[in-house]
Write a protein that binds this ligand. Structure first.
Ligand code: FAD
Length: 528
């Protein structure tokens, strides 16, 4: 094991090609192999690489292609978990929320005010809600802004889609929002700069067990169909909804360790900018969120037990009707008009086993160690992703006798004040479409300079991917050359915001040319 712990402020190294990644995976012996490139796998790889370990990570689909691009995109303490009595989870989530926003990725984790409408039909009494919001603010040291009652006019100004209702009072609190898939990509990029190697479209189909101990995996390169093996001293299974499938590769008799619950979201166009999100309390402790997201409105989510193949999860017409109906408890009818829906997506929560309803189940991380020593981790929250990764990497590297990860947070590559990056982008590229400088600063931080560099010699790369949108063609080029994008879906859905804005077909035509001919192939099954 190499022993030099690395800082996070490293210059970005040349990005390896897919062939170079494959070559390393086959040739080297790693301290740690992480299976699964969602938020938890990425943060585990990052923590281990930061400790100086030799790290490999593979994902059977695209990085963040499953749950970690299908969340509500909130970095939050989780107000509703207070209602479940989970003070410890809320306190820890608040702490991680602040680290994410201040140090880890200030460009990607943005503050957001929330408004809770309280009326006669609300499942909790107004005093209970005000007390809950007070405790919630107290658990974060009241460091995020004013909590408590808002004048209706102020609430309607901040969230212009709120239904005007004289019987309601409005209560404010604060959390953060992010772009989940981009956060994962930033962590993988950071791990890569620190020496880790990661590969998407590389599915683990078997585990290598030597002397009763897991020592690597058999992998299929989904792009070429070729098979190869990876050798590693420790293996972490961070495959989210597939966690038990992988556990059974180690021990065919392993009993289920988790259950799944499906959550769907809709993205709607809105006619006026929103400056705050709305949290509508629903029965059974559930809430309906209406969240401003890149000039649009993100609505969700549902919470239904799911027992099928995780790869088949899709949003349905029934999900759409439920989401719009629940949002309508607080929003004006023209805001939740089905004609405004631009896209939809669905993902699977991984929950501890139990008899309670999925909505009432605590969002705990489930960690198990299998017969051959594979560490499996699933569940938890995007908000606490960094901490979960540090804990799992520590457990895994302890078994190899290597140096352990630093639990203290560190910045991801690109971490910066987005306003500073925006101003610099505007200075360097005055011809950027309106809104693109702020958009790129938020998605990439200082890496936005690298994204746009090729546009100095090819100015057409500054054109929007779809007219009127803030994503530009240079992002598609960057996605393929530096972010391992293999399909148009990877570019449009997870590296840019084009697909969620509802411009998938138009976008596809414009970005296909950036993929190598060998990779310009049909997309993997869409998740929305
Ligand atoms: C509807 C919904 C809303 C949510 N909203 C929030 C929120 O607002 N805030 C918050 O903090 N949390 C939220 N969460 C929780 C959060 O999204 C998850 O905790 C987090 O994304 C889980 O990440 P993961 O890495 O464990 O799993 P995943 O992101 O699912 O990653 C698992 C990866 O493993 C890969 N894989 C599977 N099998 C194999 C194999 N054989 N070989 C190689 N790779 C494989 C998959 O392709 C996948 O990419 C939400 C979850 C859901 C479902």
């Amino acid at each position: 094991m190499s022993t030099s712990p690395r800082g996070a402020d490293l210059p970005t190294a040349a990005t390896p090609t897919r062939a170079e990644r494959l070559e390393r995976l086959e040739a080297e012996t790693f301290d740690l192999l992480v299976i699964g490139g969602g938020a938890i796998g990425a943060s585990t790889a990052w923590a281990a690489a930061r400790a100086g370990a030799r790290v490999a990570l593979v994902d059977g689909g695209d990085a963040a292609g499953a749950t970690s691009s299908a969340s509500s995109k909130l970095v939050h303490g989780g107000l509703r978990y207070l209602g479940l009595g989970d003070v410890k989870l809320v306190r820890e989530a608040h702490r991680e929320r602040r680290w994410n926003a201040r140090l880890v990725a200030p460009h990607l984790v943005r503050p957001l005010q929330f408004i809770l409408p309280v009326g006669p039909e609300t499942p909790h009494r107004p005093t209970e809600i005000r007390l809950g919001v007070f405790v919630y603010g107290a658990l974060s040291g009241f460091r995020d802004g004013r909590t408590g009652r808002l004048k209706p006019a102020e609430a309607y100004r901040l969230a212009p889609g709120l239904r005007h209702d004289a019987e309601r009072t409005y209560v404010a609190y604060h959390d953060h929002q992010t772009d989940d898939a981009r956060l994962v990509l930033a962590a993988l990029r950071t791990a890569e700069v620190m020496g880790a190697v990661w590969l998407n479209y590389a599915r683990v189909e078997g585990l290598r067990i030597t002397g009763g101990t897991v020592a690597g995996a058999d992998v299929v390169d989904v792009v070429s169909g070729e098979r190869f093996a990876i050798s590693a001293s420790a293996v972490v299974n961070a495959t989210g909804p597939w966690v038990d499938h992988l556990r059974r590769l180690e021990d065919p008799g392993a009993a289920a360790s988790v259950r799944l619950s499906k959550g769907a979201h809709l993205v709607l166009e809105c006619s006026e900018p929103w400056h705050a999100a709305v949290t509508s309390p629903l029965p059974e402790g559930r809430v309906s969120f209406a969240i401003p997201w890149h000039g649009m409105l993100l609505l969700g989510t549902t919470d239904e037990p799911f027992e099928g193949d995780p790869a088949t999860v899709r949003p349905t017409e029934a999900d759409q009707a439920q989401i719009l109906g629940e949002a309508a408890t607080s929003l004006a009818s023209d805001v939740v008009d089905p004609a405004r829906v631009r896209s939809a997506f669905a993902g699977l929560r991984v929950l501890p086993l139990g008899d309670t309803s999925t909505a009432g189940t605590r969002r705990e991380t489930v960690v198990t160690v299998g017969k051959a020593g594979m560490i499996s981790v699933a569940g938890g929250k995007l908000t606490t992703w960094r901490r979960i990764g540090v804990n799992v990497a520590t457990q895994a590297l302890a078994s190899t006798g290597g140096p352990l990860p630093d639990a203290h947070p560190a910045p991801l590559v690109g971490a910066a004040d987005p306003d500073v990056v925006r101003a610099e982008l505007e200075r360097r590229y005055p011809e950027l479409p309106n809104g693109s400088a702020a958009h790129l600063a938020g998605l990439y931080g200082t890496l936005a300079y690298d994204v746009l560099e090729p546009a100095r010699s090819e100015p057409e790369l500054l054109e929007p991917i779809v007219p009127g949108g803030p994503d530009v063609l240079a992002q598609a080029r960057y996605a393929v050359e530096h972010e391992a994008a293999v399909t148009t879906d990877d570019i449009l859905r997870r590296r840019t915001t084009v697909a969620l804005r509802g411009f998938e077909a138009e976008g596809r035509e414009r970005v296909t040319r950036f993929l190598p001919v060998s990779q310009a192939r049909p997309n993997e099954p869409a998740r929305s």
